[in-house]
Every structure is written in structure tokens, then in C-alpha cells.
Design a protein around this ligand. Structure first.
Ligand SMILES: [Fe+2]
Ligand SMILES: [Fe+2]
Length: 140
């Protein structure tokens, strides 16, 4: 049986990942130029509100569970070269899918049904983001 503290720690890592992604996508949209850049901006700008929703939900839940929500973003590489940049985005989205799936199972073990379902939905959101990034990467 996993403990509440362990789950709070995991959710705080997820929250740091979300802050990092919000910053990364905002930065990458700002730096995107040209025709491909315009496409990229459109996709990334659609994803930012999803990630902000995730960050807000995690902050609420961590606080409700008695934890202190982090405001430190996960680190990322500031490359603006299209391919390595998108490869990094894809890798991080896939990592987030794994983490949300893992933490959803922990929430289930602790009997936290709403959290379990919500984390599963967030894993599905990240999975969709990964699919969209993969589609652009295939065309490069
Ligand atoms: Fe997210
Ligand atoms: Fe995402």
C-alpha cells in the first residue's frame, strides 16, 4: 500500500512537469517562424490551456491533501531547432503519460476515486498531445 505522502510527492513532480511544459510551449510558440512555425504555433497554443488546466487541478489536489504545490518548473532544453525540439516535446509528453498512469494506480490503491479517474483523463490528454507531435515529426 502506497502512502498519501508518496502520492503527494509524485503529484508535485507532475505539477513541475506541467509548469515546465506551459513555459516550454509558450517559448517555442514565440520562437516559431515561417510556414511550419505557423502550424506549430497553432498546435502548441491549443495545448497550453490543457496543460494549465492540469497544473491548476494538481495544485488544488496537492493542497487539499495537505501538501505544498510546487511552483518550480521541470527543466528542459531551450533548443529551437525544429526536429530536436519536437523530439524533446514528444519524449516529455510520453513521460507524462507514464507518470499519470502510475499515479492514477496509486490513487486507486488509496481509494481516491475522483483523483484516479482525473489522472487517467490527464494521461489521455498527454497521449493525444504525443499523437499530434508525432504526426508533425513524421512530416519532417
Ligand atoms: Fe499536461
Ligand atoms: Fe501535454
Amino acid at each position: 500500500m502506497k502512502s498519501n505522502e508518496e502520492l503527494i510527492r509524485g503529484l508535485n513532480e507532475d505539477l513541475a512537469a506541467e509548469w515546465g511544459t506551459i513555459m516550454r510551449y509558450t517559448f517555442q510558440s514565440a520562437k516559431a517562424v515561417g510556414l511550419r512555425g505557423a502550424e506549430l504555433r497553432e498546435i502548441l497554443e491549443k495545448e497550453i490551456p490543457d496543460e494549465l488546466g492540469h497544473a491548476r487541478y494538481l495544485s488544488d489536489v496537492i493542497s487539499d491533501m495537505g501538501g505544498e504545490p510546487t511552483t518550480e518548473p521541470r527543466k528542459w532544453d531551450h533548443t529551437t531547432e525544429l526536429k530536436p525540439m519536437l523530439e524533446q516535446d514528444l519524449k516529455m509528453e510520453l513521460q507524462d503519460v507514464q507518470n499519470y498512469t502510475k499515479h492514477s494506480k496509486m490513487a486507486e490503491e488509496l481509494g481516491l476515486t475522483e483523483l484516479k479517474v482525473k489522472l487517467e483523463e490527464m494521461a489521455a490528454d498527454e497521449s493525444r498531445h504525443a499523437r499530434e507531435l508525432n504526426r508533425i515529426l513524421k512530416g519532417l
